[in-house]
Design a protein around this ligand. Structure first.
Ligand SMILES: C[S@@+](CC[C@H](N)C(=O)[O-])C[C@H]1O[C@@H](n2cnc3c(N)ncnc32)[C@H](O)[C@@H]1O
Length: 570
């Protein structure tokens, strides 16, 4: 295997499993390439990946050289232009020629990419990229600064579908010192084997971020799930009870929250024999994207959730009819839709950010004419993320191309947020239409109020909410760990979203207090996150989809509200 194939495989792993380049390269002994060279190439290629993806897309080279994967093209283009010695293969080698024969075209695009950034020389571009890397994530995927290194632990949810906390404390973590506070984990030396059992979420522990558990037997057997603490909030807040009806996970892949829901239901079934009129509770997991549906199925299998979770693969939630008989027993929904991902730390698990060119992207001229928004890491890039990874974190919409002016940035962000929030609101309104539903959690890993408090307020003011009697789940009604969580929704953002005409129906204070936020970069050690619970008080639910109070208006099938979506959805 050549240096370039090995570099490509390292970057694929770093991208999909959130493991640092250092760990991937130095934990494996049988590389054909010199590990130092491999490390240098992957680190530099990751740093340059945003610019080089732009160059590759606009040049259209991937459309011509179909045998080249986006990631191979990335590392080869890196060396063609940015390594002193050029591509480290003979000039006649197939890989070399596949890129070098497009040198003129690629070089022109590299110049344009530099000029778009207002930089006069390649050296200035290099300096700017190095500066960006040192301000944020160090390019090797290790946290960039001492302050960020001490702040984020590695969160591990013990998968109680297969094991117990006690079992893991006595086996995988037998040599770990249990410490009473999170700060004792985050400030420990990188090799310190310490763990903290979380006080908010049951069966969640934190260990130092430098500890890589992906090679452990427990991880490989699906006993441990790498999941940020904040990402555990929705399933826990939903507080589904065994026998209390089915739970619907509307946007499920990769499945972290789905398996968490299943674990909660299974734990509850150990405490109660309750079976509802619809039988034993199950989790229905819906995912629109085909590749991500496969990831979901693999994750569920590895986590041991197959008997509790029924997957609706390649299924658009918006195309389901909530009044269908099969959903008559759905009493709770977890809605965690695609979002801007602005809360993702992207470095808390040691991973490196690697942008990938979209092989299907139109070359520059055609693209400018079409005026289409470019999407990084798009469909052509997806197969690069191996679906077998259990530790896949939420995959988020990646950044758009760096715009030329500040006003441009702001305008684009606002358009993107407006599109996202209208998509999120439609999904939430659809969730509220399930006839027997009594509880919904709505969550995003975004820090923007447009995707959070605004969506919740608009949903609460919608006709379906009024008709069905949906309201915010008050803080006092929440499970203990969430009630006790101090960081709540933003009151200003809640207030600004309230429509004057409907002001009486939405209590600003109550809604803001009911919403839960996690602040990225705080001592809580979580990513930026938002979750709110919506509830309604209903009596018995009849199988015809009407509740005993008569709340009724039929929800029309998919066609009525079918929506074409927009490119940015993950
Ligand atoms: C933020 S991710 C969900 C993460 C997941 N809840 C977890 O914790 O592992 C959003 C997912 O929703 C899927 N999605 C987006 N729109 C959808 C729709 N209309 N119907 C079903 N799934 C959708 C995306 O493909 C993506 O996999």
């Amino acid at each position: 295997m050549s240096l370039y194939h090995e570099a490509a495989s390292v970057l694929v792993t770093a991208r999909s499993k959130s493991i640092s380049l250092k760990s991937i390269i130095y934990n494996k002994k049988d590389w054909k390439s010199d590990p130092k060279t491999l490390f240098a190439l992957t680190t530099e290629a990751a740093k340059w990946s945003e610019v080089l993806s732009e160059v590759l897309e606009k040049s259209g080279v991937l459309k011509i050289e179909r045998q080249l994967t986006p990631i191979l093209a990335l590392v080869l283009t890196h060396d063609l232009f940015l390594s002193k010695k050029g591509i480290a293969l003979p000039a006649s080698h197939g890989l070399t020629t596949s890129i070098s024969k497009h040198k003129a075209r690629l070089s022109a695009e590299l110049t344009k990419a530099r000029l778009r950034r207002g930089l006069a020389t390649l050296e200035q571009l290099r300096a700017s990229i190095n500066e960006q890397a040192s301000n944020g994530l160090a390019a090797d995927g290790e946290n960039g600064s001492e302050s960020s290194r001490v702040r984020y632990p590695r969160w591990i949810r013990i998968n109680t579908l297969k094991t117990t906390l006690e079992e893991q404390l006595g086996s995988t973590f037998a040599e770990y010192e249990q410490v009473p506070t999170l700060s004792k984990v985050t400030s420990s030396s990188s090799s310190g084997k310490r763990l903290h059992v979380d006080e908010n979420i049951p069966n969640l522990i934190a260990v130092p971020a430098s500890i890589d558990l992906t090679t452990s037997k427990a991880y490989k057997q699906g006993h441990l799930i790498l999941q940020d603490k904040a990402s555990c909030f929705p399933a826990y807040l939903l507080d589904a009870q065994q026998g209390g009806g089915d739970v619907f996970d509307a946007c499920a892949a990769p499945g972290n929250k789905t398996t968490h829901l299943a674990a909660i239901l299974q734990a509850d079934s150990a405490n109660t024999e309750a079976i509802s009129e619809h039988g034993k509770s199950k989790v229905l997991a819906c995912e629109k994207d085909a590749t991500r549906s496969l990831t979901l199925q693999k994750m569920i299998k590895l986590a041991g959730g197959e008997s509790v979770i029924h997957v609706k693969a390649k299924q658009d939630f918006m195309k389901l009819d909530p009044t269908a008989k099969e959903f008559a027993g759905v009493t709770a929904l977890l809605l965690d839709p695609s979002c801007s991902g602005s809360g993702i730390v992207g470095r808390d698990e040691g991973g490196v950010i690697v942008h990938l060119p979209n092989a299907a992207a139109a070359p520059d001229a055609a693209q400018a004419k079409a005026g289409k928004k470019r999407k990084r890491g798009g469909s052509a890039a997806k197969p690069q993320s191996p679906p077998q990874a259990l530790a896949v974190e939420e995959i988020v919409i990646e950044e758009e191309a760096p715009p030329t002016t500040t006003e441009d940035t702001e305008a684009k962000l606002q358009t993107r947020l407006a599109n996202l929030s209208s998509f999120q609101l439609r999904l939430l309104e659809r969730a509220m239409a399930f006839p027997a539903a009594k509880k919904i959690t709505y969550s995003t890993c975004s820090v923007h109020p447009e995707e959070n408090e605004h969506v919740v307020v608009k949903a609460l003011q919608s006709p379906i909410a009024t008709e069905r009697g949906w309201r915010i789940m008050r803080r006092s009604e929440q499970v203990a760990g969430m009630r006790g969580w101090q960081t709540r929704g933003w009151a200003d953002a809640t207030k600004s979203a309230v429509d004057g005409n409907a002001a009486g129906r939405v209590g600003v204070e109550e809604v803001a207090e009911g919403c839960i936020r996690c602040e990225k970069g705080s001592a809580d050690g979580t990513m930026g996150f938002f979750v709110a619970g919506l509830v309604r008080d209903v009596g018995e639910v009849r199988m015809d989809g009407h509740d005993a109070n008569g709340a009724s208006k039929a929800i029309h099938g998919a066609e009525e509200e079918e929506w074409g979506g927009f490119e940015d959805e993950t």
